[in-house]
Design a protein around this ligand. Structure first.
Ligand SMILES: Cc1ncc(COP(=O)(O)O)c(C=O)c1O
Length: 438
């Protein structure tokens, strides 16, 4: 199925090594190949790049872990949970030991679906078959304009962009599980306070991407996420962090944190980089009290030993080799170069650079926005593979329109030299787009 509305990009991938993709023009009958540095990481999922030695070693070992379902205890599952969520686990500072439990799914969308399901189950007393007293009158989920939480049926109602919903959702009020969704612009504290003042009592939950990806790589102002968490807790509502995209990219494993430490959530969903670019997997980390009715969310893929082997080895490696922390410095370098070499040199094409760690965006100008595919094609042909964020657009409350934004989220293993080469290829591609000789 062609899911891109028009045609696909005119390139064929014929292999990859590290952060370098080997591509050919689809029109080239001789299939002559060229190299492009990957600024996309395969929808921001391949944090180790291609053919990484760790995965070459890990995959056969993970295969030997077997395929036991979650009906029985499994050694590799136990090891994974112990290493990351145990008493001295790597992520225990973020998810205090004993207060959270974890489920695995196949993708980010399914992880968010499970989070939605946990909210609906929290509201409903399955044994008595009626709404719980403490959640009576709480029928609202707060989401953010431009957000992307996935493509599946239970998730589409969370998205406010018309092009994601039209024909699928009969009215703006129709949401999964009989809940309504309200949207406010992301990062606007005044809108946040006003929303809580008016709707706090009706609120069941808030779902937030700590840094909005699809909406155009929008970073919240300082203290915004902490304030959001505080307001949610005071309102007696549940906070869901969708960290599918941000996981491991912003200089930390989790973007829900500030200088004071982790910002507590009721549910966190992680995905993408968690599968190291070799499998698609997500985790839903929820407070122990949030549960599902018996057998209500049994899933063939829940924390299968193979996936646990990949996640364990991969996340340990990212931590031990300092790759998560290094994303901070590499991101500073990348944003500095994008600013200097692209925005300053081609102000008619690029408006602004935004981002955190290795999750970055360059917004296009209004003039170039309609020609984004042409620009992308030229950039790729010049040797840098970038993606475009399609949730950018109009925001309420008088905030300015966000034009299409190119995402620069290369694998975490990218070197400084490769970052320089990536940006120089973007310079060449942009000059080509403008019809200049570089
Ligand atoms: C923030 C966020 N949530 C959820 C998803 C859905 O993940 P998946 O494509 O693995 O279903 C994405 C994917 O882009 C995402 O960026």
């Amino acid at each position: 199925m062609n899911q891109y509305g028009g045609s696909r990009l005119p390139f064929r991938s014929v292999g990859a090594e590290g952060v370098t993709l080997r591509l050919a023009h689809t029109s080239d009958r001789h299939c002559e190949t060229f190299e492009a540095i990957d600024a996309s990481g395969g929808y921001a999922s391949a944090c180790l790049g291609a053919n990484h030695s760790l995965m070459v070693e890990t995959l056969p070992a993970a295969l030997r872990c077997g395929y036991a379902t979650d009906e029985v205890e499994d050694v590799s599952r136990q090891e994974f949970l112990e290493a990351f969520f145990g008493v001295d686990g790597l992520w225990t500072e973020h998810f205090p030991f004993g207060r959270y439990h974890v489920a695995g799914r196949n993708s980010g969308s399914e992880g968010v679906e499970l989070a939605m399901r946990l909210l609906a189950e929290a509201r409903y007393d399955y044994r008595r078959q009626r709404l719980r007293d403490e959640f009576k009158g709480r029928d609202t989920i707060l989401a953010f304009e431009g957000a992307w939480h996935g493509w599946t049926g239970g998730v589409v109602p969370l998205l406010n962009r018309r092009h994601y919903r039209v024909g699928l959702m009969p009215t703006p009020e129709a949401a999964a599980y009989g809940l309504r969704v309200a949207w406010i612009p992301f990062g606007d504290s005044a809108a946040l306070r006003e929303f809580f003042a008016q709707n706090g009592g009706r609120l069941l939950s808030v779902i937030v991407e700590p840094l909005q990806g699809d909406a155009g790589i929008l970073c919240p102002p300082p203290k915004y996420l902490r304030e959001l968490a505080g307001l949610t807790r005071s309102a007696g509502a549940l906070l869901v962090a969708d960290e599918v995209l941000t996981f491991a990219k912003t200089g930390r494993f989790f973007a829900m944190r500030d200088e004071a430490g982790p910002i507590p959530t009721d549910i966190t969903v992680i995905g993408k980089s968690l599968g190291m670019g070799v499998i698609s997997v997500s985790l839903v980390i929820a407070r122990q009290e949030l549960t599902i009715r018996p057998t209500g969310a049994v899933c063939t893929s829940d924390l299968r030993p193979f996936a646990c082997g990949v996640m364990s080895a991969g996340c340990r490696f990212l931590h031990e080799r300092g790759l998560v922390a290094a994303a901070h410095e590499r991101g500073l370098l990348l944003r500095g170069l994008l600013e200097e070499r692209l925005v300053a040199r081609f102000p008619e094409v690029y408006a602004e650079v935004r981002g955190l760690g290795l999750l970055n965006g360059v917004e296009l100008t209004a003039e170039v926005a309609p020609r984004v595919t042409d620009l992308r094609t030229k950039l790729i042909a010049a040797g840098v593979y970038v993606e475009v964020m399609s949730g950018a657009g109009r925001r309420s409350g008088g905030l300015r329109y966000i034009y299409p934004t190119l995402r620069f989220a290369p694998p975490l293993v990218i070197t400084e030299d490769e970052i320089h080469r990536l940006v120089e290829s973007a310079v060449v591609g942009t000059a080509f787009f403008l019809g200049e000789r570089s």
